[in-house]
Design a protein around this ligand. Structure first.
Ligand code: FAD
Length: 420
């Protein structure tokens, strides 16, 4: 028998979850104050990588030694804003602890791999079902290094990938130039993950999934959720700024804004914004065929429908702090230096900049599973750097939980009570 399920939030996680629930025969109401897949969502502006190789957590052994440098360099690839430090300290300590040993990062990589290994196939299937196949491109993903030594310096990261079944092809200088002629010749070594894919327009993809869900019967309430009416452990309604929506089940998929909702559902979770930026260069004179991650830039260069997108940077700061647009300019400068066929100066009219919030837990794993105050409420947030890729499997897991059936993956690593 179909239930009435309220999905809170229409980023990739909420959109994919809504489709899975509708396919399972439930009645679904989406509570989302913004445009689905709009600029307010991390799902709009990300690097668009759908990568089985993204199993390497941010926190790795030895990272703690670099923290003083991060505090002193406001434009480095990872920055911590001083003003946010007291508030962020508990998250930061957990973050450093999560990467303290090889054993810990091996466990994290395994848990990420369970969500990422078939991400390209899941996106292809979901996009095909929704009539959006042209948005998902499977042409591989390329890591570019100055030389083999720089690749070997990341031996632990590549061992984690190899341990989790990620295969790659190594390209020496001439092979790299033949594969990606637009790249600057300072890159002398490439690693191609052929199984990887990318999305040509993540915002349009999410909007398209919600439009498809509407054709399946989805109802959209354009309001923000504020909490829940729970009586004797059973969910009665989701509270919104525009009144209550009576329902049987609810899914918290509000990205970085999920923490207060999780608290209202009985779970204190550790969630911080790893803010990131992008710059898009419209009508680029040259563009890589395949998305590229230049190792010296710690960013993704992705060909999208709007132009060549450079995205990245990690800025630990309060959610509502003003963006530091100089960080987008760091991305732009690096982009122009990575492809010599691009001009040194670009007219402002060809550029767009964006800042968004990776919803990040300190251990790099999402929160997926029933809530403490009522098992009628399901958490589906905290996907940090890999939320676009993990959207479809998360939607499937949520639908499995609501169906009370065996989950497509063991849920243990993602449970909410691990922060207690
Ligand atoms: C610079 C950058 C690069 C990235 N690159 C990649 C990448 O290449 N590959 C990858 O897989 N991931 C990447 N990510 C991460 C990825 O974008 C996120 O993990 C993912 O988009 C999170 O999706 P979400 O649906 O959980 O949240 P969001 O996309 O943020 O959506 C949450 C939605 O909830 C809504 N909402 C908020 N509060 C409420 C409320 N109270 N009631 C109702 N609705 C609410 C918001 O309006 C929003 O629409 C990147 C992120 C950034 C910032």
């Amino acid at each position: 028998m179909g239930l009435h399920v309220v999905v809170i939030g229409a980023g990739i996680v909420g959109a994919a979850t809504a489709v899975e629930l509708l396919r399972d025969g439930h009645r679904v109401t989406l509570v989302e104050p913004g445009a689905p897949g709009g600029e307010q969502a991390a799902s709009f502006g990300n690097g668009a990588w759908l990568s089985p190789a993204s199993v390497v957590p941010m926190s790795m052994p030895g990272l703690w030694k670099k923290v003083p440098g991060y505090l002193l360099d406001p434009l480095g690839p990872l920055t911590i804003r001083w003003a946010a430090l007291p508030h962020l300290a508990p998250w930061l300590l957990r973050f450093l602890s999560a990467g303290a040993t090889e054993a810990k990062v091996e466990a994290t990589a395994r848990a990420l791999s369970a969500l990422l290994a078939d991400a390209p196939e899941r996106h292809q299937a979901l996009a095909a079902e929704a009539g959006l196949s042209d948005l998902i491109v499977r042409r591989g993903l390329l890591y570019a290094y100055p030389g083999r030594a720089a690749f070997e310096a990341e031996a632990l990261a590549w061992r984690l990938r190899s341990d989790n079944g990620v295969a790659w092809r190594e390209l020496d200088g001439p092979a790299l130039r033949a594969f990606e002629p637009a790249l600057d010749p300072r890159y002398g070594f490439g690693v191609l993950v052929e199984a990887g894919a990318h999305c040509q327009d993540p915002g349009a993809y999410v909007a398209g999934l919600v439009a498809y869900a509407k054709r399946l019967g989805l109802h959209h309430v354009p309001a923000g959720a504020t909490g829940f009416d729970i009586q004797d452990g059973r969910l009665k309604a989701v509270r919104t700024f525009q009144g209550e929506v009576a329902c049987d089940r609810a899914v918290i998929a509000a990205g970085i804004r999920s923490r207060p909702l999780a608290a209202a559902a009985g779970d204190r979770v550790s969630l911080a914004s790893e803010r990131g930026y992008h710059v898009v260069l419209a009508d680029p004179e040259v563009s890589p065929r395949t998305p590229v991650m230049p190792s010296d830039g710690k960013m993704a260069n992705t060909p999208t429908r709007a132009g060549l997108r450079a995205s990245g940077q990690v800025e630990l700061a309060a959610v509502d702090a003003e963006p530091n647009w100089k960080r987008a300019d760091v991305l732009l400068d690096h982009l122009l230096n990575t492809y010599p066929g691009l001009p040194r100066q670009v007219p402002e009219a060809r550029l767009t900049r964006w800042m968004g919030h990776r919803p990040s837990t300190p251990d790099g794993l999402p929160v997926i599973g029933p809530a403490a105050a009522s098992a009628d409420i399901v958490h589906a947030f905290g996907h940090g750097h890999v939320g676009l890729a993990c959207g479809p499997i998360t939607g499937r897991l949520v639908a499995d939980i609501i169906a009370d059936g065996p989950p497509a993956r063991p849920l243990m690593p993602y449970r909410a009570d691990r922060f207690r």
